[in-house]
Design a protein around this ligand. Structure first.
Ligand code: ADP
Ligand code: MG
Length: 318
């Protein structure tokens, strides 16, 4: 079982890949999607790869926020740090159950553990004064959005045809607060799920740690996890085959292997959309530049190809 530098793979599963189609996704559907995703993950582990997992939670946390809104006169709405922790728990126990069973069918007996993971952010991050991440339910009319903003102090902004939406800050992940626990579990032979949904965002307030109303980008939190666990490869799995130039246009062009320098230069030309492919490209670049490893952005449906090197957009040092 490879535990040395360079042998480890961090797999980051997109929240949309687990619950496709926005707010849809019953528990049974998400459980089935996760079970399907864990089959190729179990193959990788069975084949000798040392795998660490993380995942997004966009649709799942969005659903919790809708429940908060609708039930706010009955039970107290919970802050975002609580919602992130809740989605780490539900997605995590579903992943651990599915992966444990998929491994057992291959004759592999390994503990699979989800760590409810806190991630430190800076109290003075510039993101606090520029909320950028749209979350939760849409409201159709401007007056309602303004009323909510006045009642709660939240930032609401126009969000296309479906109306208005709350914006929250998306601060930089500084460090994984549960890193030591993750290391102990890995040293003990466990398959670990950590930093789900970007991690529960916390700041240091005097001597205390405090949860905050923010969302950390899960792709950037995956870079922290991969660097912390000395992974040689970060594999970001989503619902498209990789990174495209002129995505969606008739002349779109999918990128295969590309150097970090070349991808940085395409990024600075403004090729990659904020909020979707942008953070994945930035995460891949940071991982390669900071660790000298390789990062892959590819399709969950083709996990083996993305993990082993044949498919997806592969970002290499240089
Ligand atoms: P996830 O839940 O996996 O984080 P996102 O929706 O955040 O998924 O990002 C993946 C989406 O990014 C794809 O479904 C695709 O529609 C979109 N996308 C935007 N720009 C690009 C691009 N340049 N190349 C490929 N996909 C892109
Ligand atoms: Mg995303």
């Amino acid at each position: 079982m490879g535990t040395g530098t360079g042998q480890r793979l961090v797999l980051a599963l997109g929240g949309n890949a687990i619950a496709p189609g926005g707010t849809g996704g019953t528990a049974a559907e998400q459980t089935a999607n996760i079970a399907r995703a864990m089959e190729p993950v179990a193959d990788l582990i069975h084949g000798g790869h040392d795998v660490v997992l993380t995942h997004g939670n966009g649709p799942q946390v969005g659903n919790l926020l809708i429940k908060n809104e609708m039930a706010r006169d009955v039970v107290p709405p919970m802050p975002l740090d609580w919602c992130v922790a809740q989605t780490q728990a539900t997605i995590g126990f579903t992943i651990t159950t599915a992966l444990e069973q998929a491994l057992a069918r291959r004759g592999v007996s390994r503990p699979v553990v989800t760590v409810i993971s806190r991630v430190l952010v800076a109290a003075d991050d510039p993101a606090w004064s520029a909320p950028s991440k749209p979350i939760g339910p849409y409201v159709a009319d401007e007056a309602e959005a303004r009323r909510r903003s006045a009642d709660t102090g939240q930032t609401w902004a126009p969000a296309g045809r479906r109306g208005w939406r709350r914006l929250v800050p998306s601060p930089e992940p500084i460090s994984s607060l549960d890193r030591a626990a993750v290391e102990l579990l890995l040293a003990g032979g466990a398959v670990v799920v950590a930093n789900g949904g970007g991690g529960v965002p916390m700041i240091r307030d005097g001597g205390r740690l405090k949860g905050v109303e923010a969302v950390i980008d899960k792709d950037l939190a995956a870079v922290r996890l991969a660097a912390d666990t000395r992974a040689g490869r970060l594999v970001i799995l989503t619902d498209v085959a990789g990174v495209a130039l002129r995505y969606g246009d008739a002349d779109e062009e999918w990128l295969g292997e590309i150097s970090a320098a070349e991808l940085r230069s395409l990024q600075s030309d403004g090729h990659f959309a904020a909020g979707s492919m942008g953070p994945k490209v930035e995460a891949a670049l940071r991982f390669v530049e900071q660790t000298g490893g390789t990062a892959v952005i590819g399709a969950l449906d083709d996990l083996r190809g993305a993990a082993e090197g044949g498919t997806g957009t592969r970002v290499v040092p240089g």
